[in-house]
Design a protein around this ligand. Structure first.
Ligand SMILES: Nc1ncnc2c1ncn2[C@@H]1O[C@H](COP(=O)(O)OP(=O)(O)OP(=O)(O)O)[C@@H](O)[C@H]1O
Length: 614
């Protein structure tokens, strides 16, 4: 691979970048990039990776590590880097979530833990943190019920190892850890995994220096969301080494404080690493009218002055914002159905370019709406249920292999499958890639001729064939998140189960895969789940006091949540208010906007929002 001189390097795909972004990409040092929504923070990381690899500033064989918060974000970043600098160089770019990275370290270096913290090989990951509470109940019932659930869950992983036994609480905690580690297999939450991984790194110099030798550059996306545990873990891994760190984030999108995000993370990082602060001012995502509205909210709702500039290539009046008031939930459902159908059938918008967001409980605010849409021929679904599964590389391979086998048109799907398969092989010559392509073609033909995927039972067999073709142990070696067999098997089982649920007799497997992958389906999610994503149109259902029931106690965080919702829209955003709405217990409740008057007033006073009684 030919190296590019640093002075000759230009951004991939002809993207125009701000000077501050170019500085961060091309200069050495630690950086903190603070910029608003749509400023291209994630894109900047992809371009910086391309620069470091193409110019060999990340010197071979060292690697770049990128840490994100959500699995789909880490997958997207890896994909962007692959597009920007090609497959071969991108093999030295690792993109994980915080949880996955900690888990990889634990899986590799588990044996370095002291005897009293031994973890069994095939430990089970508890996805529901509340399970911890049952262990506390078994260990010390009084202590368990003297503490609120959230307080106890946070207490469990609050301290780094070694743990003390100075008080009743400390003793209960030590014993709960002991019980969970000593179970067959050991039971761990992701936070526990991170604490253990952090301890391995901090207490073991050879492991620490191996990690620091491996990576010369580290990226942190959505840095405003980092929790104290994550920050401490990250510090133990890389502080005091020659690794150069670039963190990107947005203080206006600080909406995870309730989940433990560290409020002072920007300041601490800047102080401790002497990181250089850079700010970006563009908003490439949103149409100019929406950027103007975001700027109005920045000033009048968030009390800040860091305004964004829209992309100068877009006409200034582009973009729409509506506030629609309804007399009832029923009227709201009927009107939204009509409107969305119009956008899809007449304007030609794809269903998955329209997103429905809620602030509160998804079931309460849009449970009926999803059912109503389905009944009237519009597919919509709670995206959060499948987001983590679909984002996985193995599941992407399954999805696209089904397309290649049963929907021969799909060239892009073939590329994705071959890229997944090529990663599992150490041989990278053109000759090998060609022979891989040939054998994949033969394999897909054989599967097509052998199985009838309309029979649900044959789906298991097709997936088994796909695994065998890629090679289970090769998948485990190439994709470290699957090192743990339990996780690999869980992924496979979940994929099969969920796909079977989408099969409709008489409609064929391609339609089922499309449904599973969310094509032709309107994604529905909470604002918190929508972070980092973007859609042509965003419909925010329930701009009402009850949805913002926390407003009294955390107005600034809720204002940011509102800001995040608006900033997901590229072209159009709709906010709805209904005078009555059914609550979680089935009672019809009158809705108001007195607690969140500030939000509604700011919207209406901006002069940029069309308000209408529908
Ligand atoms: N330099 C650029 N020129 C044109 N488009 C860009 C540029 N940088 C990013 N984009 C586009 O703008 C959109 C937002 O980019 P990106 O997701 O990187 O922003 P972000 O700052 O991470 O946003 P957020 O914090 O809101 O998630 C994407 O569609 C991306 O492709």
């Amino acid at each position: 691979m030919r190296r590019i001189k640093a002075t000759d390097w230009v951004p991939a795909d002809g993207l125009r970048l701000e000077q501050a972004a170019i500085d961060v990409i091309t200069q050495a040092g630690h950086f903190l990039v603070v910029a608003g929504p749509g400023a291209g923070k994630t894109e900047l990381l992809a371009q910086k990776a391309a620069f470091l690899l193409q110019t060999n500033q990340c010197q071979y064989p060292r690697r770049i590590l990128a840490i994100s918060f959500k699995r789909d974000a880490s997958y997207n970043l890896k994909d962007r880097v692959r597009l920007r600098c090609g497959k071969e160089l991108s093999l030295r770019f690792d993109s994980w979530t915080f949880d996955t990275f900690a888990k990889l370290l634990l899986d590799h270096f588990r044996n370095q833990l002291p005897h009293d913290l031994k973890v069994s090989k095939d430990y089970q990951v508890l996805l529901n943190e509340k399970t911890i509470l049952d262990y506390y109940e078994g260990v010390d019932r009084d202590f368990r019920f003297q503490n609120q659930d959230t307080k106890l869950m946070s207490f469990h992983t609050h301290s780094a190892f070694p743990l003390h036994s100075n008080s009743k609480g400390d003793i209960a905690r030590v014993n709960t850890w002991r019980q969970m580690l000593g179970s067959t297999p050991s039971k761990l939450t992701f936070k526990m995994i991170m604490r253990l991984a952090e301890y391995i790194i901090r207490s073991n110099e050879p492991v620490r220096s191996f990690l620091r030798q491996t990576y010369s550059h580290v990226f942190l996306d959505e840095f405003q969301d980092a929790t104290s545990i994550q920050y401490e873990f990250f510090k133990s891994c890389f502080w005091g080494s020659d690794c150069q760190v670039t963190a990107v984030g947005d203080d206006k999108q600080r909406i995870m404080l309730w989940a433990g995000a560290k409020e002072t993370v920007f300041e601490d990082y800047q102080k401790e690493l002497q990181a250089i602060l850079k700010t970006l001012k563009m908003n490439f995502r949103c149409a100019p009218r929406l950027v103007a509205l975001l700027n109005y909210l920045t000033e009048h709702l968030l009390g800040k002055t860091d305004f964004a500039e829209p992309d100068s290539r877009k006409p200034l009046d582009e973009g729409e914002c509506f506030l629609w008031n309804y007399s009832s939930e029923k009227a709201e459902m009927a009107s939204l159905l009509k409107q969305v159908k119009y956008w899809i059938e007449i304007d030609g918008l794809k269903a998955n370019e329209i997103c429905i967001l809620v602030k509160g409980s998804l079931q309460t605010y849009v449970g009926n709406l999803i059912a109503y849409f389905q009944k009237n021929g519009l597919a919509a679904r709670d995206e959060s249920l499948l987001q983590d599964l679909i984002g996985q590389e193995l599941v992407q391979y399954f999805i696209h292999a089904f397309y290649v086998i049963y929907d021969e048109r799909s060239g892009e799907s073939k590329r994705i499958c071959l890229s997944f398969l090529a990663n599992t092989s150490t041989e990278m010559t053109d000759e090998h890639l060609l022979s891989l392509e040939k054998s994949f073609y033969k394999f897909t033909r054989k599967v097509r001729e052998t199985y009838k995927p309309s029979k649900k039972s044959e789906i298991d067999l097709i997936v088994k064939e796909l695994i065998e073709f890629a090679g289970r142990s090769r998948i485990k070696n190439a994709y470290p998140i699957y090192t743990n067999d339990t996780f690999l098997d869980l992924t496979i089982t979940q994929f099969i189960q969920e796909l079977k649920l989408t099969v409709v007799p008489g409609q064929g497997i391609v339609r089922a895969i499309q449904r599973f992958a969310g094509e032709n389906t309107i994604p529905v999610m909470t604002v918190h789940k929508s972070k980092g994503l973007e859609y042509h149109t965003v419909i925010f259902v329930g701009l009402e006091d009850r949805a913002f029931w926390t407003y009294k106690n955390q107005a600034s965080e809720d204002n940011c949540t509102f800001f995040v919702a608006l900033s997901r829209a590229k072209q159009r955003v709709v906010f709805t208010f209904s005078q009555s709405r059914t609550d979680g217990y089935g009672n019809i409740r009158i809705q108001k906007v007195s607690a969140i008057k500030e939000i509604v007033d700011t919207l209406t006073q901006s002069g940029l929002v069309d308000v209408a009684d529908m």
